[in-house]
Design a protein around this ligand. Structure first.
Ligand code: AN7
Length: 366
């Protein structure tokens, strides 16, 4: 780059190596063209964090990394897919988008639609969306339609509406969503120098596991990775259609993000599991909360659905050879679901104290 260019870039406020979002970073791998308006909040490039306490528990020289996708702009991995879906909707001249959501998709769709100047309608299961996610959808200015029914019903409704009306569906049936989400696999390979042995991931609709598998395969085929990981997908026991190969009419779990009884990417998720010689497994509510707390001990706060990845790893650890490398995907930020955090922790909380130095210092046993 010439001196003039460098100075120009400084003046424009963009440093040479500044991260400008995953579409800019992975243009070559994404279905965009010179006319695509890039709608971005600089999503992607999330940290891969070594989990030393978990490594101590599992032992056998197994390396564990947490892909903290809860650090995306709206606090979940959905932003990876949404930057693509909304950019393409804008390119295609759409004026409005719609989605069904357990919460994170609605937060992300609302933010990116707002930025693009599109109207967003989000259909959610009334009473089953975590507070933080609902707050986001409202602040980003979506129109929220809460139904007396679960996510699966909401999806059925929005699919039908999007079929018959000029409105873009931004659930993971929209192929651009998975295209954007596959970039998380690229980032992992770039950081580790190869794919891990296992990729542990929570599964709801099966979109993300399919996107990761696509990403790992693309880098493998381009010789940017020497190996492919086993895809290990985890669902909550009360909501485990892929594990037990049956539709759940009334899915239930504390991990409301993955409270999904009839995954729309069913076949793709099964294909990812089978081609990779991976596994689907159900984890209990207790196992999810235990993992949630252990992740907290690493100094990392994720939402309960995300903790299913670590719960699953702990459950399946005996199948891991010594010296393996594992990545657990933390799909959403813990701040999304403060109710769960306040009800499920081992912290000591003294309330109703007098504002008195000696009383307070006594409690601190100083
Ligand atoms: C934190 O927001 O389906 O298997 O509507 O929010 O790709 O569905 C959320 C899903 C995992 C499951 N972790 O991913 C929605 C929604 C978190 C999530 C999943 C979701 P998929």
């Amino acid at each position: 780059m010439s001196i003039i260019n460098k100075i120009q870039k400084k003046i424009n406020g963009t440093q040479q190596n500044e991260w400008t979002g995953l579409i800019n970073a992975y243009k070559k791998f994404l279905p965009i063209n010179s006319k695509t308006p890039i709608i971005t909040l600089k999503e992607g490039n999330t940290p891969l964090i070594r989990a030393s306490k978990l490594e101590k528990i599992i032992g056998r020289n197994i390396q564990i990394f947490l892909k903290y996708d809860g650090l995306n702009p709206t606090g979940s991995f959905k932003d990876r897919g949404m930057t693509m879906a909304i950019s393409k909707a804008k390119e295609e001249g759409s004026k409005a988008v719609v989605c069904a959501s357990t919460g994170n998709t609605s937060a992300s769709a609302a933010a990116y639609a707002r930025r693009a100047g599109l109207k967003a309608y989000v259909v959610i299961p009334d009473g089953y969306v975590a507070q933080g996610k609902l707050a986001q959808a409202l602040v980003y200015g979506a129109e929220v339609l809460a139904i007396k029914g679960n996510f699966d019903k909401a999806l059925e409704i929005v699919q039908s509406i999007a079929n018959d009306n000029p409105i873009t569906l931004v659930n993971s049936v929209n192929p651009y969503r998975l295209q954007g989400q596959k970039t998380a696999a690229f980032e992992i390979i770039e950081k580790l120098g190869d794919a891990p042995d296992w990729l542990c991931i929570p599964v709801g609709n099966g979109g993300n596991i399919s996107a990761y598998w696509m990403g790992f395969n693309e880098y493998y085929n381009k010789k940017k990775a020497k190996t492919l990981p086993k895809m290990m997908g985890y669902q909550a026991f009360g909501s485990a259609p892929l594990v037990f190969d049956k539709i759940y009419e009334s899915p239930e779990t504390i991990a409301t993000a993955i409270r999904i009884g009839n995954p729309v990417n069913w076949e793709k998720a099964v294909k990812a599991k089978e081609e990779s010689c991976g596994n689907f497994e159900a984890v209990t509510e207790t196992e999810i909360i235990e993992a949630y707390k252990l992740i907290g001990h690493e100094g990392i706060f994720c939402e309960p659905a995300s903790a299913a990845s670590v719960a699953g790893l702990l459950k399946n650890q005996k199948e891991l050879p010594n010296n393996s490398k594992v990545v657990c995907v933390l799909t959403g930020n813990g701040l999304k679901d403060p109710d769960c955090a306040i009800k499920n922790n081992d912290a000591i909380f003294h309330s109703n104290l007098n504002p008195d130095i000696s009383e307070i210092s006594k409690i601190m046993s100083l």
